[in-house]
Design a protein around this ligand. Structure first.
Ligand code: IPM
Ligand code: MG
Length: 351
């Protein structure tokens, strides 16, 4: 099995190094090919997603991705910005289904900004559509109309796009709490009206799964009011982007959350949901656990190694139980540790 490793920018290389050490320790015979992506690739080759990097990703069985972006590149034209690398990979590889679990490790319930009783035991899965919506809709641009400039984007979803992500949501719910909440803005948007209609149709094929609908503004509110009411949330690209950041904070640290982006055959790109954290990059402070847990998701979903995935997840849990904490999740009385120290603790826990 071949894994493309794309560390990217900021803290990307540091956290990826720890996840790689974990994967190597498992001795599964995985082959790794590393390539630059994002700002790092722009610096090296003038392109955030060089053809060589895209090829490596295309040919691999799975992609392990760090993070991309840095304020240094904000002035570049859009096509050259680091974010285009991840958007381009999602589109080119057909990674339409983004799974973002938000689980509260009992050890970290006090790190949440919400009351422990509101979040302890929380386990929700956001299924975000990833290759459509206003992110990719055409036309888009900035034009001049009647002497004033205006920016415009197009929100659109086709029926098959809605159908296939709805199925991913229902299938996932079947393996969990058997409840899907579809999130839209059907009181205002045509796109959402079609979304709701198609999701409701698909639900008929899953009589064992309960479907509810919720407007996105209400969902944003319910997530901080009573987040445990949710099992699986299925939603479009834009709403999913926003809600998954919100859900991540319920867990106490965005530094803990992995994600998987899957195509129709189960090939996937795995990345922590946090960004490049330029403020702490290179200082050895970043939390590598989201990336290590992303590697575990990769073992489970793309590499057929469910046992190894569980081993890694158990190791992470035991590291938390032993009190190891990076600065982002540190609370008084716990052992404060840096990126490498946490990585070493996970390796030891694997023994
Ligand atoms: C995410 C990120 C990306 C997105 C950015 C970096 C383009 O916020 O993965 O959630 O908006 O999808
Ligand atoms: Mg986001």
């Amino acid at each position: 099995m071949n894994v493309a490793v794309l560390p990217g920018d900021g803290i990307g290389p540091e956290i990826i190094a720890q996840a790689l050490a974990v994967l190597k320790k498992l001795e599964l015979g995985l082959e790794f090919q590393t390539a630059p992506v994002g700002g790092a690739a722009y610096d090296a080759a003038g392109d955030p997603l060089p053809a060589h990097t895209l090829n490596i990703a295309r040919e691999a069985d799975a992609v392990l991705f760090g993070a991309v972006g840095d304020p240094r590149y904000d002035r570049l034209e859009r096509a050259k910005r680091p974010e285009q690398a991840i958007l381009g990979l999602r589109k080119a590889l057909g990674l339409f289904a983004n799974l973002r679990p938000a689980r509260v490790h009992p050890e970290l319930a006090s790190a949440s900004s919400l009351k422990p009783e509101v979040v302890s035991g929380l386990d929700i899965l956001i299924v975000r559509e990833l290759t459509g919506d206003i992110y990719f809709g055409e036309p888009r641009g900035i034009r001049e109309a009647g002497g004033v400039r205006e920016g415009f984007d197009t929100m659109r979803y086709s029926e098959p796009e809605i159908r296939r992500i709805a199925r991913v949501g229902f299938e996932a719910a079947r393996k969990r709490g058997k409840r899907v909440c579809s999130v839209d803005k059907a009181n205002v948007l045509e796109t959402s009206q079609l979304w709701r209609e198609i999701v409701s149709q698909e639900a008929k094929r899953y009589p064992d799964v309960e479907l509810t609908h919720m407007y996105v503004d209400n969902c944003a509110m319910q997530l901080v009011r009573t987040p445990k009411q949710f099992d699986v949330i299925v939603t479009g690209n834009m709403f999913g982007d926003i809600l998954s950041d919100e859900a991540s904070m319920l867990t106490g640290s965005i530094g803990m959350l992995p994600s998987a982006s899957l195509d129709e055959r189960g090939k996937g790109l795995y990345e922590p949901i946090h960004g490049t954290a330029p403020d702490i990059a290179g200082k050895g402070l970043a939390n590598p656990l989201a990336t290590i847990l992303s590697a575990a998701m990769m073992l489970r979903y793309s590499l057929g190694q469910a046992k190894a995935a569980e081993r890694v997840e158990r190791a992470v849990t035991s590291v938390l139980q032993a009190g190891w904490r990076t600065a982002d999740i540190h609370t008084p009385g716990m052992r404060k540790a840096g990126t490498e120290e946490i990585g070493r603790a996970v390796l030891q826990a694997l023994n």
